[in-house]
Design a protein around this ligand. Structure first.
Ligand SMILES: *[C@@H]1O[C@H](CO)[C@@H](O)[C@H](O)[C@H]1NC(C)=O
Length: 366
């Protein structure tokens, strides 16, 4: 879907839409490579990151965001990029809206080029951000996994290398042409005010193809606090045409939204257009299965936990050892006591037996 959305904001000439695809069914992910060969490549995204196997790389710098706090744009365009026109096998643009040329289901927020990302080999310019989620009542909807755990949702902030390329459309087909920040969304106790800037408008774009202008706000507040802690690997767009052009940054620290906010994301959008005669279809489960890592490295910008013992584990080990010692002491103590008691009893028996035996002894010849 990244590729599609790159075209938001009139950035680029139209790409051919390519064959129709969905997440499930006869055009589902198992078949993406048939119409989009790169989807069968060896450097695909998303992946399941094994945190113990990620290789710490102290040379990875903290990411620097420029212009994220005050986007230079009075309003931002939020769009429901459902499967526009797909049922008729055509790709109509949304009249009067940014070009959404390939159908690709998500909520997408166009970002002005005043947002810049540094800390990568080149300077990157923001294009858009969008979401992946599950379905109401299900806890899983993120694309990247951490040690097999799938968070409820994930946000992607898409950028292109604006030093080497004039626009995202040209950049997306070249290695390292795109940089995407992946933010995992977990459920917490409180609503997240920055996410509310987006989520409260979803009701205005229920149907595929609808857009709404929303007030500008700090995009930085959508990101986790620790921009110096991330995983880095080389991967792809997570939707057809799956170009292997993305420098991925995934933050291990999730951002917490409330359950009600997650439900807003899961339950507000239809993947169908308002004019369609059929029953509206909820836009849900727009996440791709994890892909093979193959020979790729996953780097981490932070060191591994020392020998894998966390503070909690160290405390558990100390408690365990103390409990073990106490147990051993008690065992030895009671064991000794019982042994002494038995020995005393045995002596008693011997004594009694010998005193009983004495008269008998006398009755037998020696
Ligand atoms: C990604 O690929 C580039 C070359 O295309 C390479 O220099 C870089 O080390 C790779 N990054 C990772 C994390 O493997």
């Amino acid at each position: 879907m990244l590729s599609v959305l790159l075209l938001l904001g009139g950035l680029a000439p139209a790409l051919p839409a390519g064959p129709h695809w969905t997440y499930e069914g006869p055009h589902g992910q198992q078949h993406w490579h048939e119409g989009h060969p790169e989807c069968g490549g060896r450097a695909q995204s998303p992946i399941d990151i094994g945190t113990a196997r990620a290789q710490p790389d102290p040379s990875l710098p903290p990411l620097q965001l420029e212009g994220y706090e005050h986007p230079e744009s009075p309003g931002l365009t939020l769009a429901n990029n459902g499967h526009t026109g797909e049922r008729r096998g055509e790709n109509r643009g949304v009249p009067g809206a940014p070009a959404l040329l390939t159908p690709c289901p998500t909520a997408v927020l166009a970002l002005p080029p005043s947002l810049r990302l540094r800390g990568l080999p080149h300077t990157f310019t923001a294009v858009q951000l969008h979401f992946h989620w599950g379905r109401p009542g299900h806890a899983a909807g993120a694309e990247h996994l951490l040690d097999g755990h799938r968070a409820p949702a994930e946000m992607h902030v898409v950028h292109f290398d604006s030093e080497r390329f004039s626009d995202a459309s040209a950049a997306q087909q070249q290695p390292g042409g795109l940089a995407v920040l992946g933010v995992l969304l977990e459920v917490g106790d409180d609503p997240h005010p920055a996410y509310d800037n987006i989520l409260r408008h979803l009701g205005s774009i229920s149907y595929a193809g609808q857009t709404v202008a929303i007030p500008s706000f700090s995009i930085q507040e959508l990101l986790p606090a620790h921009l110096d802690r991330y995983y880095r690997y080389n991967g792809s767009l997570t939707t057809p045409p799956c170009f292997q052009s993305v420098l991925w940054t995934l933050f291990p620290q999730p951002v917490r939204i409330s359950r009600a906010q997650l439900e807003q994301l899961q339950g507000s959008l239809y993947s169908t257009e308002e004019a369609e005669p059929d029953e509206p279809q909820l836009l849900v489960d727009n996440f791709r299965a994890p892909q093979e890592l193959n020979q790729r490295l996953v780097l981490s910008s932070f060191p591994r936990e020392p020998e894998g013992y966390s503070t909690g584990e160290v405390i558990a080990i100390i408690f365990g050892a103390v409990a073990g010692c106490v147990g051993l002491f008690l065992a030895v103590y009671f064991g000794t006591k019982r042994m002494r008691a038995r020995r005393a009893q045995a002596q008693d028996v011997v004594f009694k037996a010998s005193s009983r035996r004495s008269p008998l002894d006398t009755g037998h010849p020696r």
